[in-house]
Design a protein around this ligand. Sequence first.
Ligand code: CS2
Length: 489
Amino acid sequence: MSRLSSQTLAQLPADVIRPAYDRAAVKCGVVHIGIGAFHRAHQAVIFDNALNAGDLRWGIVAASLRSPGVRDQMQPQDGLYTMLVRDGAAQRARVIGAVQRIIVAPEEPQALLAALASPDTHIVTLTITEKGYKLDPATGALIEADPQLAADMVSLDAPQTAPGYLVAALARRRAAGLSPFTAISCDNLPHNGARLRGAVLELARRHDAALADWIAQHGAFPETMVDRIVPATTAEDIAALATRLGVEDQAMVKTEPFLQWVIEDRFCGPRPNFGAGVQLTAAVAPWEEAKLRLLNGAHSGIAYLGGLAGIDHVHEVLALPEARHFVEALWDEAERTLSPPPELDVAAYRRDLMARFDNPTLRHRTRQIAMDGSQKLPQRLLAPIAARLKAGDGIDALALAVAAWIRWQAGRDDSGAPHHVDDPLAETMAAALADKQDTADRVAAILAFDAVVPPALARDDRLRTSLNPWLAILETNGALAALAAFRGV
Ligand code: CS2
């Protein structure tokens, strides 16, 4: 079967939406770092909308900082891919044409630097996952011991990290008399703009204090809240789409109808006239906090409890009444810690969120969400726990979710089946747990990770006394029993 490409675009079924603009006339105003499925189903769609609206400045040069996988999928397709929007039985296919070029940074570091330093480039977006910022998840301080970051501290000739690329490219722009680009973090980090700015300025300062001052004065790092559920594509998804399209698309992404991008209105250069799904605002933090603590907090709880119970997908976990009860209770706890923006109707948001999680055709894997827990828990579960303890409120549901994460570190589910703990701290956490004989010691060992758990919180006895009994139930009777016990509380 032939592949999706510029040549085969014309032979797709008539109901497939395709680029309405001349791709050859597009300029690349955007460089994206971290071209995974999330970028292709979120920011790339927004820039494709701008191109469709006739503003041809917003094509994308996309880079991968690690493997050539996505480049090898997309390049034979001229950068084209299908976004399949699934809502129950309904499906809508749209071919996105915004990505013009894909660079694998370790193979072509100079090409990425040239794209970032190009006068056409106005915006740099990043989806490099929480760990890509090289910052301590709890404190936001640069992890100086990280070998790639350490290399970028010495030389930026061929950078290894995202902050390294930004600093090296900003230095070139300054030398060429260009203005900086607007750098937009699209990862689920708290205060993602401030964190990215902090990493860039700190690294720049190590090389050239005047450069750091220039970036601080002229650059822009807007805060953002990004939201769209994008499960990893499977071989079955690709096969089913090939049957529908009549051509094969190895770079397809599948997603839900919902899309939201709240961006702080702080740009240092041109930006498109953002359309549907994008809100520009002065204050992103209340949006971001609500999303991280409600959507992502529940996601992590569902992922660890469901994963331990051997349940593969989010909607299957929520088919259990006990799991729904737990999620609602977790939301009750988290909601009290929020200062939601006036436009956000939290009750409606929660209802919509449950419906999004219930979407049966998305098939979002619990394993996918369980990845990188050490990087995710601080903002999703530990921050609302700290806020509730400060207010003297209980933390039963939040503590069950954290206990399930601790249990997940053991690398076995409730049936004894092994799983890979995919997390930068997996090995050190496993080592810390290895010789601990009882539950309370295991809780203490994990709370001692101060890159994850702020020390003041780790010292709070109310946290230990909430975690210990849940971990004991999880270890002895499993996640389903814990959920049943929770419902009985
Ligand atoms: C998920 C997120 O994998 C995860 O950790 O919680 O990717 C989630 O699907 C998105 O943030 C939704 O916007």
